[in-house]
Ligand binder design. Structure first.
Ligand SMILES: NC(=O)c1ccc[n+]([C@@H]2O[C@H](COP(=O)([O-])OP(=O)(O)OC[C@H]3O[C@@H](n4cnc5c(N)ncnc54)[C@H](OP(=O)(O)O)[C@@H]3O)[C@@H](O)[C@H]2O)c1
Length: 166
């Protein structure tokens, strides 16, 4: 499985239940990368989706402990064990962990790759992704050239987990 995320200079990912910014080119990149794939998210991230609707053209899996949580076109898992059981039905390379902080933290050790959009800016934030530059298991293997949205500079990078093989 793989993680995909947009982080700022401090590896922040969210504030008050929302993304830090809306960068159209990054949202398009996310859509392209996850198109017709399986996306795994926490209940808080699901609640933050536009219109509180599952992402189109993808299998949406939501983690929650709430037994009464039920949504159209959403696969619900109530624990990590239930999630791993469910994920056995899909090719590993098609599974993307899409957040938020609680879910990234738990599932990152099982990911082989992480697609990290690095935004060269500091935002007010209350949610973070683990800093992979300080984690010896992870290595950055590529970065795009600089992209810009207005005056915001960002890069599409890829990290691999040296501890986990696909
Ligand atoms: N920058 C990015 O790329 C990006 C991507 C995604 C999200 N975000 C941001 O991240 C923030 C949300 O992160 P978050 O940490 O607050 O929430 P989250 O990870 O989206 O969801 C947390 C919830 O998921 C459920 N959950 C997590 N692990 C579980 C497990 N093992 N078993 C059962 N349920 C489990 C629980 O739901 P219940 O409380 O229902 O039990 C928990 O409260 C938002 O600001 C969002 O915008 C940023």
């Amino acid at each position: 499985m793989k993680a995909i995320v947009a982080v700022d200079k401090n590896w922040a990912i969210g504030c008050k239940g929302q993304l830090l910014d809306h960068i159209p080119e990054d949202l398009k990149y996310f859509k392209t990368m996850t198109f017709e794939k399986v996306v795994v998210m926490g209940r808080e991230t699901f609640e933050s989706l536009p219109g509180r609707k599952p992402l189109k053209d993808r299998i949406n899996i939501v983690l929650t402990t709430r037994k009464d949580f039920s949504e159209t076109d959403v696969v619900v898992c109530h624990s990590s064990d239930e999630l791993f059981e469910k994920l056995n039905s899909y090719p590993k390379e098609d599974i993307f962990i899409i957040g938020g902080e609680a879910v990234y933290t738990q599932l990152l050790p099982f990911c082989t790759e992480a697609y990290i959009t690095k935004i060269n800016k500091e935002y007010e934030a209350d949610k973070y992704f683990p800093n992979l530059d300080r984690n010896e298991s992870w290595e950055q293997v590529s970065s795009s050239e600089a992209h810009y949205h207005n005056d915001i500079e960002f890069f599409f990078t890829k990290y691999i987990n040296k501890e986990v093989r696909g």
